[in-house]
Write a protein of this length. Sequence first.
Length: 181
Amino acid sequence: MASLLLATVASFGLILISVYVFQLINDFRRRLPPGPLPLPLVGNLLSISGGNPHSDTSSTTVEWAMVELLQSRKVMKKVKGELREVLGMKMQVEESDIGQLPYLQAVVKEVLRLHSPVAMTFYRAESTVQVQGYTIPEGTTIILNIWAVHRNADIWDEPDKFKPERFINSESDFFQGKIVS
């Protein structure tokens, strides 16, 4: 019981930290002048977290993306090719370009799947429901272990491998059309 309480308190702390980090990022963005930033893509990403000791979540995500790209030359080559094809001679990605960069989007989703900034999250049951023979009363706090879902072999093919292609042409961004039962 004590370990469950400790895990719950730790998870709640992670959520509070994540909310705080997102507030800091939004405050940073509000202080920027209108229009695109005069830095290349990596500079833009690093400027979000650089010099701010409270932005570990964002900087850690960027670091994991860099680690995964450096470990997979094939993926990095595809990302570079897509960026060259879509951006041409432009040196920076603008928000309007994102929709034309499906492979880059898949890479980001795969980084977040493997290296989620939050390991657990909480929900509250809005009504009484039955799940696999168990009754979950209305108002029950439900703890979702995001790390376990993202590494579940019943949901993901080779769940521990970095495979951005799993998000290309899938029916669903995160479950590829599979139902978890």
